[in-house]
Design a binder for this molecule. Structure first.
Ligand code: ADP
Length: 295
């Protein structure tokens, strides 16, 4: 059941979007989300998807999600659900979007996914970052802009998470020293690229297969970043098919050796996992910093 008060506020959002009253007739809970409560909501117009959370803990989370989804959707590359609107009650904030009916992968699913993601990454900006901060999972992701990717990655991605992990006691001075050494190595490891519009949290839980068998991406942590961050994240939890990578590379080849660089980019989501879920992810962080800091 939808939390109290959401029905009324959601119907206002639906009215704005459809230009006519769209009454909510029922709802069912969906599993699978890590942070928010998710629902399939039946309306007199069509079924929609609604996610909600505590308005006090994450006051602007869904406005940020909406902005990220819209930015990606505008590229008309990988399919992204249309946002219907966002709203608030005294206790909850929520987002309503197009409901994606799931289907079976069509044969070209992975080829389409790779090719279309490469096309999305072709959308560039003058600087790395974004005009607003957003969220990675439930942690604030700072997107202050930088001309230079190395500064962006260190100052806006790794350092805020390193600081948080240090303050929580997960990282000690030895870890910090290794990170400092790794920062100096980055320029020798990561090839320069122009800023690319990335999803930012592209693991296997953040795509769906639509009822026409095509990929649909969700739940982004969008920014203009090095495009290889999405490729790296796609290998982190659950595998994407090899055809995804070959099709991506056919469309827009990565510099040779991309497989060896994956670990570097994944330091960021791994640190986020340390900060959100604790020590279990620390050994992966240590393995990577050791490997690349030569310490
Ligand atoms: P969270 O923000 O908590 O991680 P998700 O966005 O992953 O939540 O969504 C929770 C569940 O709802 C997942 O099982 C996901 O596959 C499903 N889902 C997400 N967006 C849609 C959508 N637009 N249509 C249908 N199902 C969706």
């Amino acid at each position: 059941m939808l939390p109290r008060g959401i029905k009324q506020e959601a119907e206002k959002v639906l009215l704005d979007y459809y230009g006519a009253p769209a009454g909510i007739e029922g709802s069912s809970t969906l599993g699978g989300g890590s942070i928010n409560a998710a629902f399939r909501v039946e309306t007199t117009e069509e079924d929609v998807f609604l996610k909600c959370n505590d308005v006090h803990s994450y006051p602007d989370m869904f406005e940020k999600e909406s902005a990220g989804l819209s930015l990606m959707r505008k590229t008309r590359t990988v399919y992204v659900p249309e946002v219907i609107g966002t709203g608030k009650t005294h206790s909850h904030s929520f987002i309503i979007m197009e409901f994606i009916h799931s289907g079976m992968r069509k044969d070209s699913f992975w080829d389409d996914f790779g090719k279309n993601l490469a096309a999305m990454h072709g959308h560039s900006s003058k600087m790395f970052g974004l005009d607003h901060d957003n969220y990675m999972g439930s942690l604030v992701q700072s997107n202050n802009r930088h001309q230079n990717w190395y500064d962006f990655f260190i100052l806006q991605r790794l350092e805020p998470q390193v600081r948080l992990a240090r303050n929580s006691g997960y990282l000690n001075q030895g870890h910090i020293d290794q990170f400092q050494r790794l920062y100096k190595e980055l320029i020798n490891i990561i090839p320069e690229e122009k800023p690319a519009l990335v999803h930012g949290d592209l693991y296997s839980g953040n795509y769906l297969i639509t009822d026409s068998g095509t990929p649909c991406i969700l739940d982004p942590a969008t920014a203009y970043n090095h495009r290889e961050v999405d490729i790296a994240m796609s290998t982190l939890f659950g595998l994407f098919d090899d055809r995804f990578y070959s099709s991506y590379n056919e469309e827009s080849p990565m510099h040779p050796g991309w497989e060896q660089r994956i670990d570097i980019y994944n330091l960021y989501p791994l640190l986020v996992h340390v900060n959100l879920f604790g020590m279990a992810y620390l050994s992966s962080v240590e393995r990577i910093t050791r490997k690349f800091s030569q310490g």
